[in-house]
Ligand binder design. Structure first.
Ligand SMILES: [Zn+2]
Length: 216
């Protein structure tokens, strides 16, 4: 399975990032997170990063074509005998089409789309108890039953805070956007027989066992 090309899809809070790291180690594939890719282009002030910055400074959405250019460059790093894992893209059907065109041009194809499925009420619970360390930025869940003593990071003992996009009204908005834009790509990939649903309720290890099963 080393040559598999895999796309990860799932709502915020589904634990996709953690599974991606485990999957990357197992498959020795090129891991591409579009979020990381953007941050790296911006901080390195590449031509594409500078172009993206113009849109962001103007408060506009970065055009898909620019993201596709970043992906195109990144895919050049892929070794011939290894696959890639794509996380964070596509987020809607237009982007899914653009990705298919890019992969066609590179003579690549998608082998598997893993959909990390978690019921909405569970997502709300996970996201609303998620805090972030002010010092090391590690996310962690605060169990309400542990009381409300000032929570500390279990890695560096830094102070924890709740990110504004983990506040209840933001969570609802993020899940609404996901439902409207991202859910249609599940049908898109299902029609191509590429979609495999992973029940993502359970421990990290339990979920990863299901991911491994899907790779068989
Ligand atoms: Zn910390």
């Amino acid at each position: 399975m080393d040559t598999s090309n895999i796309i990860l899809v799932g709502p915020p809070g589904a634990g996709k990032g953690t599974q991606a790291i485990m999957l990357r180690e197992k498959l020795d594939a090129l891991y591409i997170s579009t979020g990381d890719l953007f941050r790296s282009h911006l901080s390195n002030e590449t031509d594409l990063g500078k172009e993206a910055q113009k849109y962001m400074s103007a408060g506009e959405l970065v055009p898909d074509a620019l993201t596709i250019n970043m992906l195109s460059q990144e895919l050049e790093k892929k070794a011939d005998d290894h696959g890639f894992i794509l996380d964070g893209f596509p987020r809607n059907v237009v982007q899914a089409d653009a990705l298919s065109e890019l992969l066609d041009r590179k003579d690549l194809s998608i082998d598997l789309v893993l959909f990390f499925n978690v019921p909405n009420d569970e997502l709300v619970r996970r996201l609303s108890t998620r805090y972030t360390c002010k010092v090391c930025q590690a996310p962690q869940n605060i169990n309400e039953s542990e009381g409300n003593a000032t929570p500390k990071c279990n890695l560096c003992e830094g102070e924890l805070y709740q990110r504004s996009d983990d506040a209840p009204e933001s969570i609802k908005r993020r899940l609404d956007v996901y439902d409207e834009e991202t859910k249609p790509i599940l049908n898109y990939y299902e029609e191509q027989n590429l979609l495999t649903e992973i029940n993502s309720v359970g421990s990290v290890e339990e979920v990863f066992t299901r991911v491994e099963g899907a790779l068989q």
